[in-house]
Design a protein around this ligand. Structure first.
Ligand code: ATP
Ligand code: MG
Length: 575
């Protein structure tokens, strides 16, 4: 305000002086009668006055520039500033980078000579220059902010700047590499997201499996009465097939949320991949050539065979989609010995023996910007109807649940390589001769059936009665215990795991105290329900996962039923 007033009064004085000059020269001109000489004199005087008026302004501006330049040179030459092991950066209030010491240049890189803060940093949420001006002029206390370096788009480099007002109108910032911190933050957010989706999927799956069991179950019952020559037979089959499809989708949801029930077994990798080759060739079509390269030694893994095949199929289908005009899909396997733990993509692979499976395609490759998202459920770059985005999420879930690791390398336009690492199975193979037996389905006996979902209970009871079994129904564990406490004959317990009040394993444990040796069939919606621990404690118990069909239920119950010693199992095959 004061400066403005001073400039205003200066201006008035100069105008007054010019007016006086012109008036004086006009009087002289009239008096001397020499207008040209007088006009030149007037012009000269006005120019002189204007120069006198403007000179201090020029001088002030030149001095300011010089002071700025001198400050920059002084700071650059200042040995202490330059050599300090802490990365330091100095900004003018308008965001001009005045100086950076050697440590700061190492961290942020050497850019063009004159730089502005907004050319170097971004992602503050407001213009960086505004923030610096506020700090420089004392309107903001400064403090730490994490910003992204602009020249590092590919590598996503982040720095933390702790800014503080420095001198009259400058900002001094201390830099710190925040890339690892940001990456951890992103991983944490991602894992929380996956956990939330997993919980959601688990919740849906539980209810959904109950509904699907009731639908498929009642459909099975109807199909028993409507033979193929019946008009309704085909419609019923449609309902059943679609219910199975829905069941498969729930299974996929459970797979990526790692809540599905896996049945790990010892498999020979070469054998499984060999068996799969036929299916893969069909899936890949004529344009894509499949090249299988096995390790020369047998490789034993302990995984769920069906799920492992699903992993390879999903990767192969993705590879095929990435090679629309054809190409080569290479699937290689080898044994890798890690003598020390290895780290990759922030994942630590412990030392040990691994089977490494490489699925390599010569397709479009994966652009770097979508790479962090490819394992996310529902992430797809395919058109609606062509991809659900569950493929890789499922692969990831299965690999993780099986104790393995997955890595991906891809260059845009040059193809993609997925690497699967599974720990080698060290337990020896089961006895060579395996006798496969099947017990004849029991046709009499008493079942105590405990299921809180009325439609599932209704179907299960009818299915078991159709087999000739007597069924005692109960909607809760407490009610089941009351029945078990009576002296009624019970040959087998069939119970849901999750029940209101006492859970399946809880009531069964109590009931077994009075009825030792009674066989148990636990039925449940997903792996989190699987009573693996309790099942370990409860002898003669098996697990049946929902949704199950009429045949699966009666076979499982029939096989668990106690039988008289004369009833020998039927030998199906000896291998
Ligand atoms: N081998 C590959 N080459 C190029 N891009 C790939 C490859 N594998 C996966 N991707 C990319 O990752 C995305 C996610 O793959 P994902 O298998 O999870 O879903 P999808 O294939 O799109 O759908 P879905 O598998 O459910 O049918 C794909 O849309 C694609 O952009
Ligand atoms: Mg896919």
């Amino acid at each position: 305000m004061q400066a403005g007033g001073r400039v205003g009064s200066e201006r008035k004085i100069v105008w007054l002086a010019i007016a006086i000059c012109i008036a004086a020269f006009a009087v002289i001109a009239l008096w001397s009668q020499q207008p040209v000489a007088v006009a030149l004199a007037a012009l000269g005087s006005a120019t002189g006055l204007a120069i006198i008026w403007l000179l201090p302004h020029f001088a002030r501006q030149v001095a300011a520039r010089w002071r700025g330049l001198a400050a920059v040179l002084r700071f650059r030459k200042e040995p202490k500033f330059e050599a300090l092991p802490v990365p330091l950066i100095r900004f003018a209030s308008d965001g001009t980078v005045l100086a950076m010491n050697a440590a700061a240049r190492d961290l942020a890189g050497n850019g063009p000579k004159t730089r502005m803060a907004h050319d170097m940093f971004e992602d503050l949420g407001r213009p960086v220059a505004d923030w610096l001006r506020d700090v420089a002029e004392g309107r903001h206390p400064g403090g730490a902010e994490v910003l992204r370096l602009r020249n590092a788009r590919e590598t996503r480099h982040f720095v933390q700047i702790t800014a503080q007002r420095f001198g009259e109108a400058e900002v001094m910032g201390v830099l710190q590499d925040a890339t690892a911190l940001k990456r951890l933050e992103a991983q944490f957010t991602q894992s929380q997201k996956m956990q939330a989706v997993g919980q959601l999927a688990g919740g849906i799956a539980h209810d959904f499996n109950n509904i699907l069991t009731a639908i498929t179950g009642h459909c099975d019952l109807l199909l028993l009465r409507h033979r193929p020559d019946d008009l309704d037979h085909e419609d019923l089959q449609q309902i059943q097939q679609n219910a199975y499809r829905a069941g498969a989708l729930v299974k996929q949801l459970l797979a990526f949320s790692r809540k599905q029930t896996l049945v790990p077994e010892r498999i020979d990798l070469t054998e499984v991949l060999g068996e799969l080759a036929h299916l893969l060739n069909r899936l890949l079509g004529g344009a894509v050539h499949l090249d299988l390269n096995h390790a020369p030694v047998p490789i034993a893994l302990r995984v769920d065979k069906g799920q492992f095949e699903q992993v390879i199929v999903n990767l192969a289908v993705n590879a095929r989609d990435a090679m629309p005009t054809g190409g080569v899909l290479r699937i290689e396997s080898e044994v890798m010995e890690l003598t020390v733990a290895a780290e990759r993509d922030r994942v630590r692979v412990p030392a040990g023996s691994y089977a490494v499976i490489r699925v390599v395609d010569s397709g479009t490759g994966i652009p770097a910007d979508i790479m962090p998202q490819i394992f996310e459920p529902f992430f797809t770059t395919k058109r609606t109807g062509e991809g659900t985005g569950l493929g890789l999420a499922t692969v990831y879930g299965i690999v993780k649940q099986s104790g393995g690791f997955i890595f991906v390398d891809s260059a845009h336009g040059e193809g993609t390589e997925f690497q699967l690492w599974f720990p080698l199975c060290t337990t020896p193979a089961e006895a060579a001769q395996k006798v496969v037996t099947r017990r004849r389905a029991a046709t009499e006996g008493v079942v105590l059936l405990v299921e809180d979902e009325a439609p599932v209970r209704a179907f299960a009871a009818r299915a078991l009665r159709l087999r000739g079994l007597t069924v005692l129904e109960s909607a809760s564990g407490e009610q089941a215990l009351e029945i078990a406490a009576t002296d009624v004959k019970i040959d087998i317990f069939v119970t849901d795991v999750i029940l209101p009040g006492l859970t399946g394993p809880e009531w069964v444990e109590q009931a077994l105290q009075g009825r030792a040796g009674t066989p148990v069939v636990f039925i449940s919606g997903y792996a989190a329900d699987a009573p693996s621990e309790a099942q370990g404690r409860i002898p003669a118990s098996v697990f049946l996962s929902k949704p199950f069909s009429l045949a699966e239920l009666s076979e499982t119950v029939g096989a668990q039923m106690p039988r008289p010693p004369t009833d020998q199992p039927e030998v199906l095959s000896v291998s």
